[in-house]
Ligand binder design. Structure first.
Ligand SMILES: [Zn+2]
Ligand SMILES: [Zn+2]
Length: 346
């Protein structure tokens, strides 16, 4: 079977590997779609904190069960599944509270284990015990759509943590994949006023068409005034920056009202020279709420959002590549080309 292996940063190599053997308590999943995440790009180019080489990247995985070992109950060959990438211990305080994304023992597919950029992935007993396999009940949901569950679940996590209500004014900075997924989650929760700040005009127009209530250009000198007007002088309650770079973080602090809340769900590069004005947290009594990835519970909620049609990710599918074209797919992500790039396998 084919697998793309990251030998070291900058070196993705197509390998022919032996098909994994399905042992007792294990299942084999044929990967049918694996969405490329910005984290994959970061791992492939500069490396990442938890990454050990050689490694098969990819943690946004949809596929089909093709074999099951003895003692596996509740799963059938041919079932369509989403694989939650985090394998947690199940017994620590975080795991017991359903906060398994924070488990000290957590191992993540595509970081600590091989991930989805291979034709077949083995789910071993430990992963099975961690209930990483989620059956898809909706036969109409395409594998490409299923591969959005993980990033959608990360948006569910941050918004869960932010405890907004329907009247909250939410600003999302960045109208790419995660910005739009955050919009969809907010709208599914009934939040009435969701505003996009985005430099790119095409993305602003697209954002408006997909449900943002108002869209602005971040470099507009009248931005603060316009935000006051569009919120009837209420101001911005919550901001979620959805683009890399500390400038978005700085802008978030500038536009938040006093007592507002910053939702911080994806890290920024630490070697960037720009320094956000964090004193604004002090002056404006801003709350900062962080989130890291998603728990198994958030994955299930994201799956339900797709299956119930409360969220439709189809408009985000812009590029499809074959497994052997992964490097080209990474280039789309690097160049900000389109809204998503998905590795599709038959
Ligand atoms: Zn991801
Ligand atoms: Zn744990």
């Amino acid at each position: 079977m084919k697998a793309v292996v990251l030998e070291k940063p900058g070196e993705l190599v197509l390998h022919d590997r032996d098909m994994p053997v399905c042992g007792v308590g294990e299942i084999l999943v044929r990967v049918r779609a694996c969405n490329i995440c910005r984290t994959d790009l970061k791992c492939a180019t500069v490396g990442q904190r938890d990454l050990v080489y050689p490694r098969i990247l990819g943690h946004e995985i949809a596929g089909e069960i093709i074999a099951k070992g003895k003692n596996v109950i509740g799963y059938k060959v041919g079932q369509r599944v989403y694989i939650h990438p985090g394998i947690s211990c199940g017994v620590c305080e975080y795991c017991k509270k359903g906060q398994d994304n924070l488990c000290d023992q957590i191992k993540i597919m595509g970081f600590n284990f091989d991930g989805g950029f291979q034709e077949v992935i083995k789910i071993d007993q430990k992963a099975m015990n961690s209930r990483v396999i989620n059956r898809i009940n909706d036969a109409k949901l395409a594998y490409e759509e299923i591969s959005f569950i993980e990033p959608l679940a990360c948006c569910v996590n941050i918004q869960d943590r932010l405890k907004m209500d329907r009247e909250s004014v939410l600003v999302i900075i960045g109208g790419g994949r995660l910005g739009l997924l955050n919009l969809f989650v907010a709208k599914a929760e009934g939040i009435k006023n969701v505003i996009l700040i985005e430099e790119n005009e095409e993305r602003r127009n697209r954002g408006k068409a997909l449900g943002f209530d108002a869209v602005f250009n971040g470099s507009d000198p009248d931005l603060l005034k316009q935000l006051q007007m569009t919120t009837n002088n209420k101001g911005v309650d919550v901001v979620i920056p959805c683009c890399p770079g500390p400038e978005a973080l700085d802008l978030a602090l500038q536009i938040l009202r006093k007592k507002g809340t910053l939702g911080y769900f994806s890290g920024i590069s630490r070697d960037d020279a720009f320094y956000p004005d964090i004193n604004l947290i002090h002056y404006k009594e801003i709350s900062v709420v962080g989130s890291y990835g998603c728990s198994a519970k958030h994955s299930r909620k994201a799956k339900t959002l797709l299956e119930s049609k409360k969220v439709n990710v189809r408009p985000l599918i812009s590029h499809r590549v074959k497994l052997e074209e992964l490097a080209r797919g990474m280039d789309y992500i690097k160049n900000g080309d389109g809204y998503s790039t998905i590795v599709v396998m038959n």
